[in-house]
Ligand binder design. Structure first.
Ligand SMILES: Nc1ncnc2c1ncn2[C@@H]1O[C@H](COP(=O)(O)OP(=O)(O)OP(=O)(O)O)[C@@H](O)[C@H]1O
Ligand SMILES: [Mg+2]
Length: 283
């Protein structure tokens, strides 16, 4: 057990760090031999993400989310699970303000997303690192330029761009691939570039929609280790996934969505409800 002080926007937060290495070593893949520090966020502090009676009905009439209430403390790591069509991606799209709720309110970092001015959106999106199943890299740009792209748009000075991109590439262990094009990289490497692209802004949140969906199990674990490391540095992670093995091994907070509603919210959960063992409820 080790303790770490993290300073969040609402003052000092105390995290309890747990070492997952023993659990990870029981598995065969080398990726899991890496030491994993797992932080338990403080549920007593003000949440950084809050959904209050959120409904989302698409113009087609589909009720994708119904009365969703959710509080996420800073530094949390949560999995969104549930059957196809349950509403996971809709929740993610609301969170990154790609969609607005039909009813209800969403607060991120104390700001109500529905009231955010259009011109503030780019600033908001920079606080949020996005990672998708299909990587969404620009095919005609090199790895370096893909990662640097948003910083260039903002007119950041060259030396800063160089330093930040190099640091992000180092974090995802892709130093040396700066001049490669996405098409010459494996799926796992492409996803690591996408994560590096998210990291250059030092995001407070990582929002991922099935980031391991297109990857083989070993590569999926590499990506998960990256997310855990980013979370251990203090970022709040929200990840929609169908990957049962990952969810069951990591035992982090699991929110199960079913037909647009939160069916389950377990602080140390599994992919499927575990009736044998009582769970600690998140709230
Ligand atoms: N842009 C849209 N317009 C209309 N209906 C939509 C739209 N996007 C999603 N839906 C519908 O909303 C419901 C929830 O979809 P959503 O994509 O959030 O599910 P999901 O849980 O992410 O599923 P999957 O696991 O397959 O990715 C589904 O019935 C879907 O058909
Ligand atoms: Mg989805």
């Amino acid at each position: 057990m080790a303790l770490r002080e993290g300073v969040g926007p609402f003052g000092a937060l105390r995290y309890t760090a747990r070492d997952l290495a023993t659990r990870a070593r029981r598995r065969v893949t080398t990726q899991q031999e890496t030491q994993l520090m797992v932080l338990t966020p403080d549920f007593a502090t003000r949440p950084v993400i809050s959904f209050q009676h959120v409904h989302k009905t698409y113009p087609t009439g589909t009720e994708a989310l119904r009365d969703v209430n959710l509080e996420v403390p800073e530094g949390d790591f949560l999995f969104l699970v549930g059957p196809s069509g349950a509403g996971k991606s809709t929740l993610v799209r609301l969170l990154i303000r790609e969609e607005k709720p039909t009813r209800g309110k969403i607060f991120v970092d104390g700001i109500e997303l529905g009231r955010m001015k259009r011109r503030k959106l780019p600033y908001y999106r920079r606080k949020v690192g996005l990672v998708f199943q299909d990587f969404k890299l620009l095919p005609n740009l090199t790895v370096f330029e893909n990662i640097a792209f948003a910083m260039r748009v903002l007119g950041e000075p060259d030396h800063k761009v160089q330093a930040r991109v190099a640091e992000a590439l180092d974090t995802v262990s892709l130093s040396g691939k700066e001049n490669s094009y996405p098409s010459s990289l494996s799926g796992g490497e492409q996803q690591r570039v996408a994560i590096a692209r998210a990291l250059v802004h030092a995001p407070r949140f990582i929002i991922a929609d099935e980031p391991t969906g297109n990857l083989d199990p070993a590569t999926a674990w590499e990506i998960m280790q990256l997310f855990l490391r980013i979370n251990a540095r203090g970022a709040t992670v929200v990840m929609a996934t169908h990957n049962r093995e990952i969810v069951d091994l990591l035992r982090r907070r699991v929110i199960a969505i079913d037909a647009g509603q939160i069916a389950r919210d377990d602080r140390s959960g599994r992919y499927h409800e575990d009736v044998a063992k009582p769970q600690v409820r998140a709230q």
